[in-house]
Structure formats: C-alpha cells, structure tokens
Design a protein around this ligand. Structure first.
Ligand SMILES: NC(=O)c1ccc[n+]([C@@H]2O[C@H](COP(=O)([O-])OP(=O)(O)OC[C@H]3O[C@@H](n4cnc5c(N)ncnc54)[C@H](OP(=O)(O)O)[C@@H]3O)[C@@H](O)[C@H]2O)c1
Length: 336
C-alpha cells in the first residue's frame, strides 16, 4: 500500500496530537513536523524519532543537541499533504506563502476564517465535501461538538431551530498566558460566532448561539435547546446519541457528574494524554417540554478535532468511504 505522506506544521496543543494520530494510521506516514522555537515539545518529538524541520533559525535546536532534519521547505518537498496547526491567522499566511506556491494540499484549523478552505469539515456530517479538495478547514472544537450531536438529531427527528450557550474554558491546561482566572466573561456579540460557524457545516440549520468564558481549563460546556419538528421522546433521543459515532453518553448514575470526572474517566480509559475525543452528553440532563428538547454536552477542546483531521486527510486524498475512514480512525485511537 502506498502510504499518504503527511507533514504537520505547528506542533502545539492540536499539532502534537494530530502528529501522534497520523503515526497510528496504517495508510499514512508522518514525514515530519515543523519546529518554530526550541521547547520541551521538541525534546519529546525528538525522543520519539519524529523528524523536525525548522521554520527559521536552528541554532537553539543545535545548542540543545537536536539535529533538525532540514528546513520547512524540505518538509514541504517531501509530503502529499500538510496539516497546518499554527495559531489563528498564521495558517492563512502559510497558505499564501508556502502551500499555494508549492501546489500542496493543506488542512487548516478552526482558528482560521471559513474562506481559508473550499469546505469546512466534520467527518460524520459532510465528508464528501472535502473529497479531492486542495484546502479544507477542520472546524473549531465547539463547532465540531455542536455539529456532531445536532446532525444526528436533524437526521433522525428533524429540527426547526436551536438556541445554545457555550460556557467556554478560559485557557488550555498548559497555557499560562490566557484567562480569566477569577471571572465570567460574556461574549458581547450576538450571536456568538459559533452559530454562524455551525452553518458552514450544517447549512440549513436554524441556530442562534451565545457564549461566556469561565475560570477553568478542562473542557467546554454547552447547554442546548432544540425546537424539534415533533413532540420529543427522550428515550429515543438518548438512543440516537448512544448510536452516534464520536458521541459518548455519560451518566450521573455512574457518578460522572462534572467535566472533572469526565477527564478522570478519560485517564482511567488510558487514552493518550488523557484525551476524550468523543462529545460527552449527560443522560440524566436530556429532557423535554413538548417539542422542545434540552441537553448538555462537554467538549474536550484539546482532542475532539484530532480524528476529524485524520478523516479529512483521507477525504482530500480521494478515499471515498466515510464509514471506513471513521472506523479506521476510531479503532486506531481507541474511541467509539
Ligand atoms: N487549543 C484548542 O483548544 C483548539 C481546539 C480546536 C482548534 N484549535 C485551533 O487549532 C489551531 C492551533 O491551536 P493550538 O491551540 O494548537 O495552538 P498552540 O498550542 O499555540 O500551538 C501552535 C503551534 O504553532 C507553532 N507556530 C507558531 N507560529 C508558527 C509559524 N509561523 N510557523 C510554524 N509554526 C508556528 C507554535 O510553535 P512555538 O510554540 O514554538 O511558537 C506551536 O507549536 C488554531 O487555529 C486554533 O484555533 C485549537
């Protein structure tokens, strides 16, 4: 089998996870990653035998006994596709500066505006839109979470409209620069950008979102109200969530009562880095009032987009079977 040659540009929260996930795929080869500055992530990558291609000066790497495999251009020359996991706006700049001139396919992340790609991607919702494309954006962690569960409900029952509130983590656990550390910060823009972003994937969905940030780091939390086409049957909704890929129903009964306990569960499952790529929905918090459906879900922002990037690579390289791709990805990552 000819393996897909993948390069990862940007090796932070998302990039290091995507790189490890690529290494687990039988049909892919991780050619290497970029090194921007020397840091502990570079040490770990080097210890794993991952080739590092420097973005700029390599003096700091050499001074710390890491021998880069080359410059970023060498990585671009050696791959079929790049997964760009740099901070927002840098991905777009890289597209103009590197990927277009090198005629190289590239995946971007949710920090970029939708028009950076020809499609915005969530595998189980719109895999086919990314088939053979050159530039695709994997949507943000929040948009991925909203799209996975709302798509399942729309397919099975039909939705008239959705209102949802995102209660967002203030920063990632390893981030010492962002906050708040003792406040709730409302997004003073209505709707928040999440609703319009969901519509880049689920184009016909009527959705309005609001958002706040809080003083915690573990997960995002969503509370949703869906006006359904028919009277809601709570049991049937829970069954749909139980049967939806990359969605996990958790229960108060098993004492999963909080995002903290979900993260503990992920560690007990012995996932890499204690990740929980599935969107977690509390069974006991699914409720109904006539045609209104209420539910709450938690999003592990560091990992839910990782399987999406893997499936997006396959789609852009022309692999047509979405179920097979998701199955391969899920199996390799040990997720539902
Ligand atoms: N973190 C999340 O919760 C999350 C969830 C979903 C999607 N996303 C999206 O994913 C993207 C990446 O976010 P992240 O949280 O992974 O960021 P991050 O942790 O800050 O990592 C960014 C990486 O890019 C590198 N980098 C910076 N400038 C670069 C350049 N000019 N060329 C090459 N590499 C460069 C950084 O290297 P240095 O550290 O050496 O500077 C770092 O390795 C963003 O679009 C973000 O919106 C993030």
């Amino acid at each position: 089998m000819t393996k897909i040659k993948v390069g990862v540009v940007g090796y932070g929260t998302i990039g290091k996870r995507v790189a490890d996930a690529v290494r687990l795929q039988e049909d892919m080869e991780l050619v290497g990653i970029t090194g921007n500055t020397y840091n502990f992530r570079m040490e770990v990558a080097n210890d794993k035998g991952i080739k590092i291609f420097t973005v700029a000066d390599d003096a700091d790497f050499k001074a710390n006994n890491i021998t880069p495999a080359g410059k970023m251009q060498d990585l671009l020359n050696a791959v079929d596709i790049i997964v760009d996991c740099t901070p927002k706006k840098i991905g777009r700049a890289n597209k103009e500066k590197y990927y277009i001139p090198n005629k190289l396919k590239a995946i971007f992340q949710g920090g970029e505006k939708p028009d950076v790609g020809e499609a915005s991607f969530v595998a189980q919702c719109n895999y086919k839109e990314a088939l053979n494309k050159d530039y695709v954006r994997v949507v943000s962690c929040n948009t991925t979470g909203l799209s996975r569960t709302l798509h399942a409900l729309e397919e099975k029952f039909g939705i008239n409209s959705v209102t949802a509130t995102m209660i967002r983590r203030g920063a990632d656990p390893g981030d010492i620069h962002h906050g708040p550390i003792n406040a709730v910060v409302p997004v003073l823009e209505l709707p928040s950008h999440h609703g319009p972003d969901v519509k880049t994937v689920l184009k016909d969905l009527e959705i309005f979102t609001t958002a706040v940030s809080g003083s915690f780091t573990l997960m995002h939390f969503h509370t949703l109200v869906c006006e359904m086409k028919k009277k809601v049957d709570v049991k049937a909704v829970i069954e749909v969530f139980n049967n939806t890929p990359r969605v996990r129903v958790v229960r108060n009964a098993e004492k999963v009562r909080s995002t903290a306990e979900i993260m503990e569960l992920a560690k007990d499952l012995q996932r890499g880095r204690g990740d929980m790529p599935e969107i977690c929905i509390w069974e006991e918090a699914v409720g109904a009032h006539g045609k209104k459906l209420f539910y709450m879900q938690a999003i592990h922002q560091e990992s839910d987009v990782v399987p999406e990037n893997i499936d997006c690579i396959r789609a852009m390289m022309g692999f047509e079977d979405v179920e097979k791709s998701m199955e391969m990805t899920n199996k390799s990552l040990g997720i539902k």
